[in-house]
Write a protein that binds this ligand. Structure first.
Ligand SMILES: Cc1cc2nc3c(=O)[nH]c(=O)nc-3n(C[C@H](O)[C@H](O)[C@H](O)COP(=O)(O)OP(=O)(O)OC[C@H]3O[C@@H](n4cnc5c(N)ncnc54)[C@H](O)[C@@H]3O)c2cc1C
Ligand code: SF4
Length: 447
């Protein structure tokens, strides 16, 4: 188990947040690519939501054709570099690699992908030519993985694109959500600059589309509109004491950490509430910020956690401990948080039941809510005809934008993809869906 000293400088922060998948040298990439069996009907391709031709790009790396490798990757996934670093490859391509069947380490596909794309981003080499201008204009709301991927594909199809982004930087959660030991701001933004220079879409920063006035303007000025706004802030738990000083959303904590690095205030005793990937990230990051104790508290058992097991393992290796089958009932403290009162649960027929009299208090000075992100329902309800998921059996899914197989909403001018549609999955899913949505828009514009 790692023990981290509280970082007091940028250098110490960089040490604690050492990249999980460091860039490969040319020699490493050569040896690793030599191991690939270039399988026929390769399972790694089928496991990739964007269907990258993995054996081909690995062979291109092996033949020292990095530009060709990067082109193969980008043809399928415009977030090729980000995904090489942040994708849960253990669950996707690398998890499907045939080497797993022989108990041999799978090919490090993610690192090879990052190796090839980093080279081409650094060289600024132009790999793609945009499509013949069609004279049609598309507005994209949000410059996250979904919005930018849709913009790149629309430019390949010859349409003009203006992106309206609420914040001052592109790349969405890649710059304010994903753990910094997976992808740094510089890496994420360099890829965005590379794509923007290559495809020439316009991005209007600090321009949130927040109501009818902006929507009217977009509807009048554009032939189609793509919604790639992702989700909202952390949902509240609805228990007493949540407003105390020291309680914050795990997502907001990660965002602050990505901006302020070692200057981010982190408690000595941190409790992270939740069992999803965001909760695991927040726990791993609190450990790396030198918290003395970090406890992940989840209301069910370990096997029912939403987080990938490798993310839970990483949180444990970073120094976190876990409390299972507990429900928080109150955040305690006088102004600032001093602890969380929990009640123990048992699960009967899939339902959680509190065990009467089993309350206990876990002291802490910081609480991070890994309770999932809300949806941007207020904005979406102002778009006439756009239908939201309301009947979903799973409460968390309510408020997702309903789309058809072309990612078109019930208002034919509006298309949508990414977290706002799938409820929050991975960068690679947003990139894959948005590419398909761009083709849906293209078909709509051609009609
Ligand atoms: C803490 C955390 C860690 C994660 N870690 C990983 C990981 O390790 N690997 C992985 O693959 N995935 C990870 N994910 C998931 C991944 O980041 C998302 O699935 C992906 O970013 C979704 O892309 P998107 O474009 O749909 O939404 P977002 O990335 O949220 O982008 C939406 C963009 O729209 C902008 N926007 C929002 N509202 C408006 C508006 N009204 N007007 C204009 N602009 C607007 C936002 O500012 C943002 O730039 C993580 C998510 C979280 C929360
Ligand atoms: S499954 Fe593994 S060995 Fe086969 S092509 Fe894919 S990466 Fe190479």
């Amino acid at each position: 188990m790692a023990e981290y000293k509280r970082p007091t400088s940028e250098q110490e922060f960089a040490q604690n947040f050492h990249p999980k998948k460091p860039l490969m040298s040319d020699t490493e990439a050569y040896y690793e690519s030599s191991r690939c069996l270039y399988c026929y009907d390769a399972p790694c391709i089928n496991a990739c939501p964007t269907g990258i031709d993995i054996p081909t790009f690995i062979r291109q790396i092996n033949n020292d054709n990095k530009d060709g490798a990067a082109k193969t990757i980008y043809e399928s996934n415009w977030f090729g570099h980000a995904c090489g670093n942040v994708c849960p490859t253990e669950e996707l391509c690398e998890g499907a690699c045939v080497y797993n069947n022989s108990d041999v380490k799978p090919i490090e596909i993610g690192r090879l992908q990052a190796h090839a794309t980093e080279k081409v981003i650094r060289s600024k080499k132009r790999l793609f030519i945009t499509g013949k201008p069609t004279g049609r204009k598309v507005a994209v709301i949000g410059a996250g993985p979904a919005g930018v991927s849709c913009a790149c594909e629309l430019r390949m199809l010859g349409h003009e694109v203006d992106i309206y982004e609420a914040r001052e930087k592109p790349s969405g959660l890649c710059v304010y959500g994903v753990a910094p030991y997976k992808l740094t701001n510089e890496e994420a933004l360099d890829e965005m600059t590379y794509l923007q220079e290559q495809f020439g879409f316009n991005v209007h920063y600090n321009k949130p589309v927040s109501g009818r006035t902006e929507l009217d303007r977009l509807e009048k000025g554009y032939d189609a509109i793509f919604i790639g706004i992702g989700l909202g802030g952390t949902s509240s738990l609805g228990i007493p004491g949540e407003d105390k000083k020291g309680v914050m959303g795990a997502l907001e904590f990660v965002e602050e950490l990505r901006n302020k690095h070692h200057l981010t205030p982190v408690g000595s005793k941190v409790i992270v509430l939740g069992g999803g990937n965001t909760a695991m990230d927040a726990a791993s990051e609190s450990c790396r910020m030198g918290a003395e104790s970090v406890i992940i508290a989840y209301r069910r058992g370990p096997e029912e956690m939403g987080a990938y097991s490798f993310e839970f393992d990483l949180a444990k290796k970073s120094g976190s401990k876990a409390l299972f089958n507990v429900t928080p009932v109150e955040v305690l403290g006088n102004g600032s948080v001093t602890g969380v009162k929990f009640i123990r649960n048992k699960t009967a027929y899939g339902k959680i039941e509190a065990i009467p009299g089993s309350e206990f208090v876990e002291p802490c000075d910081m609480v991070l809510l890994g309770t999932g992100q809300g949806k941007q329902v207020e904005l979406l309800e102002q778009i006439s005809g756009v239908k939201l998921d309301q009947k979903g059996r799973i409460l968390d899914n309510r408020g997702r934008i309903v789309v058809n197989e072309h990612y078109q909403t019930n208002n034919p001018k509006y298309f949508a993809a990414g977290d706002a549609v799938n409820g929050g999955v991975e960068v690679v899913n947003a990139a894959a869906e948005a590419k398909r949505a761009a083709h849906g828009i293209d078909q709509y514009l051609k009609k």
